[in-house]
Design a protein around this ligand. Structure first.
Ligand SMILES: Cc1cc2nc3c(=O)[nH]c(=O)nc-3n(C[C@H](O)[C@H](O)[C@H](O)COP(=O)(O)OP(=O)(O)OC[C@H]3O[C@@H](n4cnc5c(N)ncnc54)[C@H](O)[C@@H]3O)c2cc1C
Ligand code: FES
Length: 253
């Protein structure tokens, strides 16, 4: 884990209030893995005081990208950055996706901003494997397909693609999934991840999910990000240190 002074290279507004921030940091870009995250201070002043966690979205040479939407003070401040602005970054943090191994198709399931960690992973997956992406949102505005491959979409209101949630769309395509050996990778709101976990366990699919919660330190000191272990009911795991990516069989959401 490093603490680095990095610089904003570019900020792009992808959609309404959804941004891609390109950051120059050879140290982080050279060491971060898909699914890992950084914890960054959005301002060099003392406000907001706490760092904010963001998944690595992609890496390009000495640069890495994060994708975010404006929620509160921290992301609002971040959205106003310009080329050359300094950022204080802690990373790489946590455990990323285990995307190597013995399967034929990577099935990516993303809800809303849950698309953020996948562009980098998709580029790193061995070319011999197929990729199938299921991307959902409440409306078409929340369906983020940036960097995705072979995309099927779902919206709650039916404004784009399948009408329903993204796990229902997965269920509609279950015969396709059962044709070969698949591994599912999910990221999105906790309610979606809970349903995805139940779906994967019921149908005996290998599945890893990237979980989210409020965080402070980002590396296991404050104990502020517990998640219940499914293998030991006396134990809590930490999202920042043991995750944020977990096998669905290892946690109770
Ligand atoms: C490991 C990890 C990776 C993440 N990766 C990304 C990413 O790639 N892109 C991205 O946009 N966001 C990501 N997040 C969430 C991001 O950290 C929060 O959106 C951000 O901290 C909000 O800061 P803020 O100051 O703008 O909002 P705040 O003022 O802190 O909060 C504004 C509102 O958003 C809610 N909120 C804050 N954090 C979260 C959260 N984690 N989940 C749901 N609601 C929340 C608050 O309860 C509040 O209602 C990630 C979080 C974690 C833990
Ligand atoms: S955020 Fe401090 S222990 Fe996880």
């Amino acid at each position: 884990m490093l603490i680095v002074d990095a610089n904003v290279e570019k900020i792009i507004e992808l959609e309404n209030q959804i941004y891609l921030l390109k950051i120059h940091s050879p140290e982080i870009a050279g060491s971060i893995k898909p699914g890992q995250f950084v914890n960054l201070r959005v301002s060099l002043s003392n406000y907001p005081l706490l760092r904010r966690p963001f998944s690595v979205c992609d890496v390009e040479g000495e640069f890495f990208y994060i994708m975010f939407n404006v929620l509160g003070e921290g992301t609002q401040t971040l959205s106003l950055k310009h080329q050359g602005d300094e950022l204080d970054i802690l990373g790489p943090l946590g455990h990323g996706f285990n995307f190597e191994g013995d399967y034929e198709t990577a099935v990516i399931v993303a809800g809303g901003l849950g698309s953020a960690p996948f562009p980098y992973m998709i580029r790193k997956i061995n070319k011999s494997k197929k990729i199938l992406s299921f991307v959902g949102g409440r409306t078409f505005r929340e369906v983020i397909t940036y960097g995705m491959n072979n995309i099927l979409t779902a919206t709650d209101d039916g404004s784009l693609g399948f009408k329903g949630n993204v796990v229902q769309l997965l269920d509609e395509n279950i015969e396709l999934l059962k044709k070969g050996k698949v591994k599912i990778f999910g990221c999105g709101p906790n309610a979606m991840l809970r349903t995805l976990s139940q779906f994967s366990i019921k149908n005996n699919f290998e599945c890893e999910i990237s979980t989210e919660c409020a965080m402070a330190c980002g590396f296991g000191i404050c104990q502020g990000c517990p998640v219940e272990s499914s293998t030991d009911d006396t134990k809590y795991l930490l999202v920042c240190k043991d995750g944020p990516v977990f096998n669905v069989k290892d946690i109770i959401l």
